[in-house]
Write a protein that binds this ligand. Structure first.
Ligand code: GLY
Length: 388
């Protein structure tokens, strides 16, 4: 095998997490490369782009909440910097979110969430059904109440991914548009990768940021391999014709019969409806059942959606981790760091992940705000059997 290229930092995976890591690494003066057949692809092409630290709060995830809030706090400066550096509009919209309840069970669930948010010191306001409809007149008359969260915003993940590719190119990051087949380990240290065409890419430091695929890269020692699994999400895209605008002015979401449904209205007229959550391995089939459930639940919330053109149905794979939180920073294998397992929060956590990983690459240490998310917390816990 002949090593054709070397860099200070090689990032495996060109999704938004790999790209932001590469951009920030290049900004620190590292010669940086990314290996991915389609940089800017991956889960960001499917994701809705909610920045929902408060409305997606779950019991037992208070530590993750801290990181989510920190990333939300960094978003305005991050978006402004990325736009200034690339000239790309990211579709970053500070529109807030309304989480609503359709029946007594949903209302009880939302009341519990409100109590948890208040205990966690978060800003959210309880509204009656009438107040919800005054804010969003397209809501169903049966809405029983809701939570107004003015701090949960949105960004267009496709635009974000495109801007990060442009930022990397501008910063001198080299793209190898191919698959990493295996990690190369030399004298107990990660030394680069071999690609599927047999090329060796050498590097001083390697970052594994391959989303849901991170748990199955050959050559990574078993006790270092991250326990990341794919969690399928089906997402629909509709278009709001100009004559119906403004259809919704903020993200509207609910839990309907135990399933999350959200409607994310973009300035461009796109309306994103998501998402299923399915543990089906590597399957990315769009199913009649998935589309039916999303439309059924979205229709219960906002009956007028049946008038809108349906333009796309797609499925993506969230990189799930055992505690729903990312794995960041150095591993037990010298030279190898992780930036993966972001699960439902990859878009939200992009700014803080870039900053954290730049610090890791420069100092070998996780900064304080990310210590709890050390890659080492699951050492040896990788799935012994990956989904087929
Ligand atoms: N954060 C939204 C989702 O994962 O569906």
């Amino acid at each position: 095998m002949s090593r054709t290229r070397t860099s200070d930092v090689l990032v495996i995976g060109g999704g938004i997490i790999g790209l932001v890591t590469a951009w920030r690494a290049a900004g620190r003066g590292f010669t940086t490369a990314v290996v991915d057949p389609e940089p800017g692809g991956g889960a960001a092409q499917v994701a809705a782009g909610m920045l929902a630290a408060v409305t997606e709060l779950h019991y037992g995830e208070q530590t993750l909440l801290g990181l989510n809030l920190e990333s939300a706090r960094r978003y305005p400066d991050f978006a402004a910097e990325l736009t200034e550096f690339t000239g790309h509009d990211l579709g970053y919209r500070r529109c807030g979110t309304l989480a609503v309840a359709l029946d007594a069970d949903d209302r009880a669930h939302l009341r519990d969430l409100h109590a948890l948010q208040r205990r966690s010191g978060l800003d959210s306001e309880w509204l009656s059904g009438r107040e919800c409809r005054r804010l969003e007149p397209m809501l169903a008359p049966g809405v029983r109440g809701g939570l107004r969260v003015d701090g949960d915003h949105q960004i267009d993940p496709r635009r974000l991914a495109g801007a990060l590719v442009a930022a990397c190119e501008r910063a001198g990051v080299v793209f190898h548009r191919t698959w990493a087949e295996r990690l190369d380990v030399v004298r107990d240290r990660a030394a680069g990768v071999t690609t599927t065409d047999g090329t060796g890419l050498g590097a001083g430091q390697v970052v594994l940021a391959a989303g849901s695929l991170s748990g199955r890269l050959a050559g990574v020692p078993d006790d270092v391999l991250p326990p990341v699994r794919p969690v399928k999400g089906q997402v629909l895209r509709l278009t709001v014709p100009q004559r119906y605008a403004p259809f919704l002015s903020r993200t509207v979401r609910a839990v309907v019969r135990g399933s999350q449904v959200y409607l994310v209205p973009r300035q461009s007229g796109e309306l994103v409806v998501g998402a299923t959550s399915e543990e089906l391995g590597w399957d990315t089939t769009v199913t009649a059942g998935g589309v039916y459930e999303l439309l059924r639940d979205a229709h219960e919330l906002v009956p007028g959606i049946t008038e809108l053109p349906l333009t796309e149905a797609r499925a993506g794979l969230r990189p799930g981790s055992p505690d729903n939180a990312p794995l960041l920073g150095p591993t037990e294998l010298d030279g190898l760091s992780l930036a993966t397992g972001h699960y439902r929060n990859g878009v939200l956590l992009t700014p803080v992940t870039g900053d954290v990983m730049a610090q890791v690459l420069a100092t070998g240490e996780l900064p304080e705000e990310a210590r709890a998310f050390t890659s080492r917390r699951f050492a040896g816990a990788a799935l012994t059997e990956q989904p087929a």
